[in-house]
Design a protein around this ligand. Structure first.
Ligand code: F6P
Ligand code: MG
Length: 454
């Protein structure tokens, strides 16, 4: 049940797998160690401090394994709900494999699982997030784009009472297309790539204005935005109108996801949104439950933006209050299935997490955000760029019960599919004219699969 193309691996020097396994992951781990040392210097009891020293020692061991390309050992039983899934996969497929010759996707996920283990077996630091400071800091430096959106969207969405039904639908369509792009490009600021970005660079990645969006649509190389609208406009007629977001990054991206989800609720296109996050820190910036709760709290009560005007802060406050209310009313629901923090690709979702597959199959639309989810959907293998998205995602498209799926992803790694019949030529030309195009986040795909009724 695998695709016919080879999965990327760390020793493939031509791919981003190599740079990631060789240097990006050790850098990320080094920063995590620095963060924990900062915490170690805080005012804690001796018991807590010595417990944290042991976490740091374990991170040191992980660094030795990673830089020495050690064999992948089983995960220690730390009572996490995913241990069995991890060790089954290691035993079945990766016995004797090391960080470089195991598939990149698996080896990279394994590193984040081992990092979690450094803390999960401690007494006091089980929930410590080595990436929290970075997530918080980048969001605080995203003020311009944050207020641009809050100023526009704090006011409840309403359409002129004089509109004909056609005009009403047309305004909804335009708003939908704009906000889908806001949600899409919100993915370009993921922290695993943005280490040491200046405020100016963050700004240019996050500008959300209308003209900018028209220009960036040209960079959506596989573009199913119109097909997506054709599907979404039918949701109102369905019983429920449930949309699921398989989230990617916390902070600014999550904020954009919420602005989008807010519009889906207010317009009546959806009646319920289910957000799927991670159970612990993952790929640096991914959303955990703490990040999910942090965002509206900081919007309503926090003081993260010292230079903002009272009027701006008021808009943020209104948005955050509305979002909290959605959660209270059950219109927004946060979930964290253990499967999302494993090394499995989504080709295995129906087999390894049948309960989750069944749950998703009841949704009217499942939106997968970001690069990692896209790699998992497509098995992170060397499929040609002309491969249709349905084919590339295999069982997530053709298993009985597969839901309608859309991937909103800025391209930050090797696998690129869904570029249409001329896709191989498009990719070849970009390889020549813009060698880093697959990792820059400048290009994107919006790809839809209609799924298969159960
Ligand atoms: O480390 C590589 C990677 O998995 C890439 O896929 C991407 O550059 C990044 O990490 C995560 O991106 P995202 O947050 O969009 O999933
Ligand atoms: Mg991410």
């Amino acid at each position: 049940n695998n695709p016919p193309w080879p999965a990327y691996r760390g020793y493939h020097e031509y791919s981003f797998a190599h740079a990631t396994m060789q240097s990006r992951l050790p850098t990320i781990l080094g920063k995590a160690i620095e963060d924990t040392i900062r915490t170690l210097n805080g005012q804690y009891s001796q018991e807590r401090i010595t417990d944290l020293v042991q976490c740091i020692d374990r991170m040191g061991d992980l660094m030795t394994d990673l830089s020495g390309n050690a064999k992948l050992r089983p995960i220690l039983d730390d009572d996490e709900a995913d241990v069995a899934l991890w060790n089954k996969e290691i035993a079945k497929f990766f016995q004797g494999k090391d960080f470089m010759n195991a598939p990149w996707l698996f080896a990279e996920a394994y590193k984040y699982r081992r990092l979690h283990e450094c803390f999960s077996i401690s007494k006091f630091w089980k929930d410590y997030d080595v990436f929290y400071r970075q997530k918080c800091d980048t969001f605080s430096r995203s003020a311009d784009a944050v207020f641009e959106l809050s100023t526009r969207f704090a006011k409840p969405f309403s359409l002129s009472a004089n509109f004909t039904p056609e005009e009403k639908l047309e305004s909804e369509r335009l708003m939908f297309l704009e906000l889908t792009q806001v949600c899409l490009w919100g993915n370009s600021t993921d922290l695993s790539l943005l280490i040491n970005m200046t405020e100016e660079q963050i700004k240019s990645l996050q500008s959300t204005g209308g003209d900018h969006l028209a220009a960036t649509e040209k960079n959506i190389l596989g573009n199913d935005l119109n097909r997506l609208w054709d599907h979404v406009k039918t949701l109102r007629e369905r019983t429920g109108g449930r949309v699921d977001f398989v989230l990617d990054n916390a902070g600014f991206e999550l904020y954009c996801d919420c602005v989008y989800a807010d519009f889906l609720i207010q317009s009546g296109l959806a009646t319920q949104i289910r957000f799927h996050g991670k159970r612990y820190p993952w790929f640096v910036s991914d959303v955990t439950k703490q990040d999910w709760e942090w965002l509206p709290n900081i919007m309503v009560y926090g003081q993260l933006f010292p230079n903002a005007s009272d009027a701006e802060l008021e808009t943020l406050h209104r948005l955050g209050t509305r979002w909290k209310q959605y959660e209270k009313e059950g219109k927004w629901v946060y979930e964290q299935h253990p499967f999302w923090c494993t090394g499995y690709t989504f080709w295995d979702l129906h087999n390894e997490a049948p309960d989750l597959f069944l749950h998703l199959s009841r949704s009217d639309l499942v939106i997968f955000k970001g690069d990692l989810n896209h790699r998992k959907l497509t098995y992170d293998c060397a499929a040609p760029a002309s491969t249709p998205f349905d084919v590339a995602i295999g069982p997530m498209s053709n298993s009985a019960g597969a839901p309608v799926v859309v991937s909103l992803r800025t391209i930050k790694s090797d696998v690129v599919v869904g570029l249409g019949p001329d896709g191989d030529k498009v990719a070849e030309e970009l390889d020549k004219s813009e060698p880093g195009w697959k990792i820059s986040g400048k290009y994107a795909v919006v790809l839809l699969s209609e799924g298969r009724p159960g």
